[in-house]
Design a protein around this ligand. Structure first.
Ligand code: ZN
Length: 217
């Protein structure tokens, strides 16, 4: 921050953190390209730190493999999800559109371990729809980032609500977190379920019941 920005007359114009508007759900700024050599060096450090020999045969190519793996797992940091809503078409369809059991793979940002599961995404259109495969691509774009399941759920729902101008959006995610199953609490099979209901699905109990029954059927 430059001194001018910090001057007393400008201080009053600054928004306090509480009142600062959240970024628009479809705002997207691509992150810089993945720095593969930097990941390689870091992985080598981890191997040394756990007492391994990074130069033994089996580990020689591991830093490179892990670097390319992270580039793939975090590809969503450089993919604008709006590319999947650009081909929305006008259609006077006013019933729920629902795609169930979309497999997704994400990385828990607290442990950098995968959480894996299924997403169910539904929306009530307001004059425009997108190809159903796009819903799966939107889930994937948000999943391939360092994530929390709760935030992933909200991001998908708010993005669709904003981009599709939908009357309502319902997103349910069900996932197994390896940070819970292979370490820590070690609860194999435990699934975490999160949901986000927006628009009519939040406001209207009958619409919510309808989408929930479709999700369960
Ligand atoms: Zn975790």
């Amino acid at each position: 921050m430059t001194p001018t920005e910090n001057s007393p007359e400008n201080m009053n114009n600054q928004t306090s953190p509480d009142t600062q508007a959240r970024p628009h759900p479809s705002d997207f700024t691509p992150h810089p390209p993945v720095d593969l050599p930097r990941i390689q060096a870091a992985v080598r450090e981890i191997l040394l730190a756990v007492g391994e020999d990074p130069d033994r045969e089996g580990l020689l190519n591991t830093p490179d493999r892990v670097a390319r793996m992270y580039a793939e797992l975090f590809a969503g940091l450089r993919q604008d999800p709006r590319q999947h809503t650009q081909k929305a078409f006008h259609e006077n369809y006013d019933e729920i559109v629902l795609l169930k059991d979309i497999p997704f793979y994400s990385i828990c940002e607290h442990h950098l371990l995968p959480f894996v599961g299924h997403a169910h995404v539904g929306y009530l259109p307001r004059g425009q729809v997108i190809g159903v495969s796009k819903l799966a691509r939107i889930v994937s774009a948000f999943a391939r980032r360092p994530q929390m399941q709760e935030r992933l759920t909200t991001q998908i729902a708010e993005f669709l609500m904003a981009e599709m101008n939908a009357r309502g959006v319902a997103v349910v995610l069900q996932a197994t977190h390896t940070c819970m199953t292979i370490r820590g609490a070690q609860r194999p099979g435990a699934a975490m379920v999160t949901s986000a209901m927006l628009g009519i699905f939040r406001k209207d109990a009958r619409s919510r019941a309808e989408v929930l029954s479709l999700l369960k059927s």
